[in-house]
Design a protein around this ligand. Structure first.
Ligand SMILES: Cc1cc2nc3c(=O)[nH]c(=O)nc-3n(C[C@H](O)[C@H](O)[C@H](O)COP(=O)(O)O)c2cc1C
Length: 409
């Protein structure tokens, strides 16, 4: 495990939801990692867990409205805000999220948060209806724009007694993800790094006018190139199809699998990330006819002999350097999860993005996509149907986290 926590002064803000009791275990986990922890609580939080418990576990007095308002010569919200180099709001109520997003400061927690220049992270926990509400989602978008790192709630058994999305992320996941996600985001780990992406369906020539191909439009690969370029990466897009090239992206046009592999291999040594989004043909015609193939008089059928193409993802996966991140795609029409897990193991990839291309609303040629991200030693993450650029940004975020975890190793 990383020693990232060793020099961290973490101010844990606890707000008033059922999951407030989990702040006790989180405090213990953070201290075990070597962090210094202080806790502040809203009035509502104190109905769910006594301040005394958190004072004992954090080995520090807890900041509450009562202690803040006490007569004295200290301005607690400023002193505590300046002490922290990380503010962690766990659990974050819908109410507190709304207050921070709107810039309200009417109690000790919201005031201290506003006064602090530290990195800020929050993990919401609430009923699924509250999480899905437009007002809450609007506030979350605002906080992201204000540079907050949001650790999304997960789908699971809610306090209300049924399954839904709104449950606080697993505490160990929060502790493990925090350094990686902050390092990836705050230090923008992709800046000036070379990212090589393939896009589009390969075209395997039969003769000068015909080729074998597939329904891939290249939209997902182009969206990934745009999302990586947004983060400051130097993107090499090796594509079989021409679309508007996003700013900051260098396009290398290829046609078949062999020429795509050649281009990939020439750029790979300088690359930090390789993303295989192209739909590569497994086979190609054994022979490329010099002239257009003609039908013979009386001919009623034709057997086309094919030979195996090189496997670009597996070739890169086997040759990759320890600090390179390799991402593959699995376009499947059945057994999506099984096939993606197998691909993760067999291709030497760090992440497989699986999409069900039999779904008309997503996959090939559509502007939208819905995917599941499979990452070694992590539970699969479902990314719901959205514009391909939105999906691409999620994939790039996750790729940045993988890159950061390699740096931290
Ligand atoms: C029993 C009970 C459970 C609650 N659980 C949650 C919760 O899980 N998440 C949430 O956002 N609000 C929850 N609330 C609502 C908050 O407690 C309420 O919005 C409160 O004003 C939050 O104050 P705070 O944000 O200052 O802590 C709950 C309320 C009650 C009475």
């Amino acid at each position: 495990m990383t020693d990232w926590y060793r020099d961290k002064k973490i101010l844990l803000a606890v707000s008033g939801g059922i999951a407030a009791y989990k702040a006790a275990e989180l405090t213990r986990l953070l201290i075990k990692q070597g962090a210094q922890v202080r806790v502040m609580m809203t009035q509502a939080a104190q109905a769910f867990i006594p301040a005394k418990t958190l004072a004992i576990l954090s080995q520090n007095p807890v900041l509450t409205d009562a202690s803040w308002q006490r007569d004295g010569d200290t301005v607690d919200h400023v002193a505590w805000a300046n002490w922290a180099n990380l503010i962690l709001v766990v659990p974050a109520t819908a109410n507190l999220i709304g207050k921070i997003a709107q810039g309200l400061a009417d109690d000790v927690v919201s005031t201290t948060i506003m006064a602090s220049r530290a990195d800020k992270v929050l993990a919401p926990a609430m009923n699924d209806g509250m999480w899905a509400s437009p007002a809450l989602q609007r506030n979350i978008s605002q906080l992201k724009a204000d540079d907050w790192l949001i650790i999304d709630p997960v789908t699971g058994f809610l306090a209300e007694g049924y399954e839904g999305t709104g449950r606080l992320a697993d505490l160990n996941d929060i502790v493990n993800q925090l350094p990686i996600r902050l390092l990836a985001r705050v230090d923008n780990i992709l800046k000036d790094k070379q990212v090589v992406i393939t896009a589009g369906g390969t075209q395997e020539a039969l003769d000068p006018v015909r080729y074998l191909t597939n329904r891939s439009s290249g939209k997902m690969g182009y969206a990934l190139a745009e999302a990586a370029a947004e983060r400051g990466a130097q993107v090499i897009l090796i594509a079989t199809v021409k679309r508007p090239v996003p700013y900051g992206v260098k396009l290398i046009k290829v046609s078949d699998t062999q020429s795509m592999l050649g281009a990939v291999e020439s750029y790979l040594p300088g690359a930090s990330v390789f993303i295989a989004a192209a739909a590569v043909s497994d086979f190609r015609p054994v022979q490329l006819a010099k002239n257009k193939i003609k039908k013979m008089p009386g001919q009623t059928s034709w057997q086309l002999a094919l030979t195996l193409n090189p496997d670009i993802l597996a070739t890169v996966g086997q040759a990759k350097k320890p600090q390179q991140v390799v991402v593959g795609f699995a376009a499947e029409t059945q057994n999506l999860a099984d096939n993606a897990q197998k691909k993760l193991a067999s291709k030497g990839a760090d992440m497989i993005v699986a999409n069900d291309v039999s779904d008309q609303a997503a996959g090939f040629n559509s502007n939208d996509n819905a995917v599941i991200l499979f990452i070694k030693n992590q539970s699969p993450q479902t990314v719901a149907l959205a514009d391909k650029l939105v999906i691409a940004r999620k994939i790039i975020d996750q790729t940045m986290a993988l890159l950061a975890s390699k740096v931290l190793e």
